[in-house]
Design a protein around this ligand. Structure first.
Ligand SMILES: [Zn+2]
Length: 489
């Protein structure tokens, strides 16, 4: 038995002012066959990592392809996408004949000329491997679950958790189902229900938690192989941007249709009730000041690098400084030039620094302050579940009662190391502001006495009606009040 696995992944915010070239992949994940580290999977590489661990025991040969993944930002350069894709396709061709292909994709990657990158990859892989080869795909729930992908692959599985703490578990599911299909123990059929909605669905809130737990309890029983909830990725101008439900059943298309419809209708019924309440900036700060247990963790989702934002918006920081808030820490602000200046100044130095507010109009104005450098460290990392995310060189600075973590490798707040690397202990601060939508909850949720979500004027707004879409299929909620959800595959 011969299986092939590869990754090409990023989450593309087509409105982002940061273009994505091959250099962004080289800063992220850029691994040739055999180069994947043994310790842990990287962004979207869990299928390869899991397959490598099971190959001997399950009696198959794994042919490893390249793995390319970049931090979320703007549209990927066309020539660079085609070069990475064609490298992987060349590896598939050289590996033939194949019984199975495992693709670790994100699902919301856009390249110039390709609104549906993953559909393009799957289509070209299918053309090479033929109809008899089993193609299994793992995607992030913040994906565009296009019809083309469902038509051209055998099994698609999305992570269920947001924060995405189950990337490895879902890759295990995918491998198990792909192997069972190759061994003719199951015959997967898929059904896709289009909810016609844009939303945010943290699974740390009770309504989504219960919904996901019930989906998981249905799997593996009565012919139900897998259930995936496609949240959608709202910051992309692509036609098939919408929430969708995907059901994989064993040979019974009617069952898959019925279940996808039932779950889809329930998901539509949850509109407007799945996201947290958002404070405005001053309202959030006031609420945090009134708290009597600490730390209060405050999220700035509108400037989440994980959604393609620059992570250098200064609006919350400016109000913390102006209101002379004490014992507050904020991170990360992506500003490699400011980090360089801090290293040049040295630990303990007090000097005037201009930082943040650089990349676009939604970054706000830079902050000019007299700062003290309180922490410096090169080549930092933070953890996210079993994976590690690079932060590059980092600096901690203090102005008034506010400490700020400056980073040089753009990413969102995921692990407590973001602060601890540079000497800030988040459990000992009254307020900890993190630029992240909800992934921060995996590490910061357990230490928080209270969590507040703020809606700043960062580039990825919570009100989707403010996003200037041109290509999205209408009607779709909340842009349109009346929509027609239904089964589409
Ligand atoms: Zn995601």
């Amino acid at each position: 038995m011969r299986l092939f696995s590869a990754t090409i992944a990023t989450e593309t915010n087509t409105f982002s002012p940061l273009p994505t070239s091959v250099d962004a992949y080289k800063e992220g994940v850029y691994l040739r066959p055999g180069e994947h580290p043994a310790e842990a999977p990287l962004m979207c590489t869990a299928p390869l990592w899991v397959a490598r661990r099971h190959a001997a025991a399950e009696g198959f040969t794994l042919i490893e392809g390249s793995c390319f993944a970049a931090s979320p930002a703007g549209t990927t350069n066309r020539a660079d996408y085609e070069a990475m894709r064609d490298e992987i396709l060349g590896q598939v061709k050289a590996a033939l004949p194949l019984d199975g292909v495992l693709l670790g994709l994100h699902g919301a990657m856009v390249a110039h000329g390709y609104d549906d990158v993953e559909g393009d990859v799957i289509e070209r892989v299918r053309a090479l491997v033929g109809p008899g080869c089993v193609i299994g795909v793992e995607l992030d729930p913040h994906c565009h679950l296009t019809l083309k992908r469902v038509q051209l692959s055998d099994i698609i599985i999305l992570y269920k958790e947001f924060p995405h703490t189950d990337v490895v578990d879902r890759a295990e599911d995918l491998l198990r189902l792909v192997l069972a299909t190759i061994r003719k123990q199951i015959k997967p059929v898929m059904s896709l229900y289009d909810c016609r909605q844009i939303g945010s669905y943290p699974t740390t809130l009770p309504l989504m938690r219960g919904f996901v737990d019930r989906m998981m309890a249905m799997e593996g029983k009565g012919g139900v192989l897998s259930i995936s909830i496609g949240h959608c990725f709202p910051y992309a101008d692509v036609p098939e941007l919408t929430g969708r439900i995907l059901v994989v059943a064993d040979g019974d298309k009617q069952l898959a249709d019925k279940l996808a419809t039932e779950i889809g209708e329930e998901f539509v019924g949850m509109r407007g009730r799945t996201a947290p309440n958002y404070y405005d900036i001053d309202g959030g700060i006031t609420a945090a000041l009134a708290a009597n247990a600490h730390p209060v963790v405050m999220a700035d989702p509108a400037d989440n690098a994980g959604g393609g934002a620059p992570s250098d918006n200064t609006s919350i920081l400016r109000r913390l400084i102006e209101r002379d808030v004490q014992e507050a820490a904020l991170g990360p602000i992506w500003d490699p030039i400011a980090v360089r200046l801090c290293f040049d100044a040295g630990i303990g130095a007090t000097f005037p620094l201009r930082f943040g507010g650089k990349i676009g109009p939604a970054s706000g104005a830079p902050v000019d302050a007299t700062v003290t450098v309180t922490g410096l460290k090169r080549d930092c990392w933070q953890s996210f579940g079993p994976t590690q995310s690079p932060l590059g060189d980092c600096a901690a600075i203090k102005t008034g009662g506010v400490e700020i973590v400056l980073i040089s490798n753009r990413t969102q707040a995921l692990g407590l190391e973001l602060f601890r690397n540079v000497g800030i202990e988040p459990t000992e601060r009254k307020m900890v502001v993190v630029k992240s939508t909800n992934h921060f909850m995996a590490a910061f949720g357990p230490i928080a006495k209270q969590v507040l979500y703020l809606d700043s004027d960062g580039p990825i707004p919570r009100d989707y009606r403010r996003i200037p879409y041109t290509k999205i299929q209408r009607p779709v909620w909340p842009l349109d009040e009346n929509t027609s959800p239904g089964l589409i595959f």
